[in-house]
Ligand binder design. Structure first.
Ligand code: MV4
Length: 506
């Protein structure tokens, strides 16, 4: 087993990995930028080393600084978390050359999956289902027209070096193709330094369902069920669940077996995720493979009872998978809400700042993976994910009701968060029926936040009246509302609240 693990990341995922290290008895090493001197991962790790300025290129993306820190701290393995260097084959290779174990797949598996066209080519060659289209970058507008006519409109232009929706264009008819080709190419060139694009048939209102896989370094690969990830906004996932309400036992087995064959075709090791697009006829197609631990891994952990980070570390240390496919069982239901520092009243723009008051939920069926604490200032320099709140239950309805209860216990003061969005999602009729596709969230956000503005105005008027009445009560001298009738507002309750307010101001 490793002597020391360096975590090349920050925020909730760094804390998540530190906890796994602690459980396995392995000392953990945090790294941090100027903006993260007081961050939670720095406090929780056994050792912490400064990398440099807040800019990611000077800190969490700086391969040389991270390798040097690993050497001086005596680490023999690096966990990359997600984002930053986690899917960078150059980093994985540099770790290998420096004699450090990269806790993840090999550089060559990452490289294959990093090129969307190369991945499609290999997956198709293995006889696995991909969305119809090309597996080579387009050479000319004439070729684009030829291919698009052959597979039929609407088509999707995608960046070969892409992923995450950058450089992607939906094209409905031939007249739109030339300009879409131009804008997709220049966007891909700007984002990835590679303007190559290819064509897929467009799948309308698809679902995004992904399968977790684990592969050891002895040739054993298993799948751990699926996650429904259709609730996204601007290619940013917002809520994920496992199992998917759409997937039955038979479809799970078929998707799982395809996912394992995808991993095997890539010579894949460690934890990975195979993404599928699912059309309205429940046909599924390979989309891409994520060669890292994902943000939403906890929902899989809750329904399988496995610890994916423990398993990642044990696999990287050369251990065999401690179970086989037929020992994996899915039990219960888990739903994750991604809590972001975003302002719902300002188009969900990032809302950094100091957290002045934090009331965090817990209780039955609740898991909270968080990187924040009261008094901490959310930096503007990085992704604004603050925490993940995961509800678990024997069935989907129980997971939902526990999450709603926990969201109502959650209070983050001083900054704006997207917590209110989850109350809306979890209240939605279509969501309760499991009718979710990739258009769900845009449809929800296009309706006004309130179903009934007149009702809201009445509630506001009543609240104003109650507050005016309470103010009149406290104006009577000693801060106690002794002249209010008991059934309106208990004087005990009010004095307790006044005490709480005084305390939090101190
Ligand atoms: C598609 C598609 C429809 N047809 N490909 C968006 C991100 C990228 N990873 C793949 N994406 C899509 N690819 C074909 N051939 C629709 C999307 C898509 C989407 C996919 C998953 C989750 C949310 C999405 C939102 C818009 C579009």
């Amino acid at each position: 087993m490793f002597k020391k693990i360096l975590i090349a990341n920050r925020g909730e995922i760094a804390v998540r990995v530190i906890r796994a290290c602690r459980e396995l008895g392995i000392p953990s090493i945090a790294v941090y930028s100027d903006a993260d001197r007081a961050s939670l991962h720095v406090r929780k790790a056994d050792e912490a080393y400064h990398l440099g300025p807040a800019a990611a290129t000077e800190s969490y993306l700086n391969i040389q600084k991270i390798l040097k820190t690993a050497k001086t701290s005596g680490a023999d393995a690096i966990h990359p978390g997600y984002g930053f260097l986690s899917e960078n084959p150059v980093f994985a290779q540099a770790c290998a050359e420096a004699g450090l174990k990269f806790i993840g797949p090999t550089a060559s598996a990452m490289q294959m999956m990093g090129s969307k066209t190369h991945a499609r080519e290999q997956i198709a060659k293995a006889g696995l289902p991909i969305v119809p289209g090309t597996s080579r970058p387009l050479q000319s507008p004439a070729e684009a027209h030829e291919v698009a006519d052959r597979i039929g409109y609407p088509i999707m232009l995608k960046a070969a070096a892409g992923g995450g929706g950058k450089g992607m264009r939906l094209v409905h008819k031939p007249a739109e193709l030339n300009s879409a080709l131009q804008s997709a190419t220049s966007e891909a060139e700007r984002a990835f330094g590679d303007g190559s694009v290819y064509i897929e048939k467009a799948i309308l209102n698809p679902r995004h369902i992904e399968v977790q896989v684990l592969a050891d370094e002895h040739g054993h690969t298993v799948y751990l069920g699926e996650r429904e990830c259709s609730l996204q906004r601007r290619h940013q996932k917002v809520l994920e669940e496992s199992p998917s309400p759409l997937v039955d036992v038979e479809m799970r087995r078929r998707m799982g077996e395809v996912a394992v064959r995808v991993a095997q075709a890539a010579g894949y090791t460690n934890a990975g995720t195979v993404e599928f697009l699912v059309d309205q006829g429940k046909n599924f197609y390979f989309l891409e493979m994520n060669t890292r631990l994902q943000v939403e891994h906890p929902v899989t952990e809750l329904v399988t009872g496995l610890d994916l980070v423990h398993l990642q570390i044990r696999i990287a240390a050369g251990e065999k998978l401690p179970f086989s496919q037929n020992e994996v069982c899915i039990r219960g239901h888990a739903i994750e809400c991604r809590i972001y520092a975003e302002d719902p009243d300002n188009n969900y723009l990032p809302s950094p700042g100091k957290i002045t008051l934090l009331l965090a939920p817990s209780g039955p069926g609740i898991r909270r993976d968080s990187g924040m604490y009261e008094g901490w200032t959310v930096p503007i320099d990085y992704d604004p994910l603050l925490a993940k709140l995961i509800g678990y239950g024997t069935d989907r309805e129980q997971a939902i009701s526990r999450l709603v209860r926990a969201l109502n216990e959650y209070f983050v003061g001083g900054i704006k968060t997207n917590i209110s969005l989850f109350r809306r999602i979890l209240n939605d009729q279509d969501f309760h029926q499991g009718r979710v596709d990739t258009g769900f969230l845009d449809r929800l956000l296009n309706c006004s936040a309130s179903e009934s503005p007149e009702k809201d105005a009445r509630i506001a008027a009543i609240a104003a009246g109650v507050f005016a009445h309470l103010d009149a009560g406290s104006a009577s001298g000693n801060g106690r509302a002794h002249d209010l009738p008991e059934n309106v507002f208990s004087s005990w309750k009010k004095s307790a609240r006044l005490e709480a307010v005084k305390e939090s101001r101190e």
